[in-house]
Write a new protein. Structure first.
Length: 160
């Protein structure tokens, strides 16, 4: 799990730094297209899908996850990465549990209790705090990027 998190964070920073000039559609298609053969080989090797009955619901679930859960999600993610920095873009993934809660309550009649609402409030508050102006304070004795930039591009940084 830690390796997956590190990989996700590294990929977001790398994409922001080196692939920003590419259109989000190209990046999303490339990521999903490169993952397809890997997942196919792993599925055929480990899961043996020919032993599972092929139903209309199973096909719909795979199509839903592939088109919306991966394709559209990566398209949105790379679109955000073109406008935001890597940190703010990666914070969007914290909102996925909230989307899951809303979908579960709406379509599956899942119960909604105080613990779930409190957890959703903490997640939303954390994402909001990181994206607020209050989150741009000095950290570990270093000035943040906003604090170290001069107000006027022509003025010198620091004392003359």
């Amino acid at each position: 799990m830690a390796l997956a998190s590190l990989s996700y964070a590294s990929a977001t920073v790398y994409a922001r730094r080196h692939l920003r000039q590419l259109r989000p559609m190209v990046l999303a298609l490339g990521q999903v297209g490169l993952a397809l053969p890997i997942v196919t080989v792993l599925t055929l090797t480990i899961d043996r899908p020919w032993t599972v009955p092929l139903t209309r619901d199973a096909i719909a679930a795979v199509a839903w996850l592939g088109i919306l859960g991966s394709g559209l999600a990566y398209l949105i993610s790379f679109g955000l990465l073109a406008r935001w920095d890597a940190t703010r873009t990666s914070l969007v993934t914290y909102l996925l549990p909230i989307v899951g809660i809303v979908l579960g309550v709406t379509f599956l009649a899942e119960p909604l209790d105080t613990r779930i609402l409190l957890g959703a409030a903490l997640i939303t508050g954390g994402v909001g705090l990181v994206n607020s102006r209050r989150g741009s304070r000095r950290l570990f004795g270093r000035a943040g990027r906003r604090a170290s930039m001069p107000a006027d591009p022509a003025s010198p940084v620091g004392p003359p």
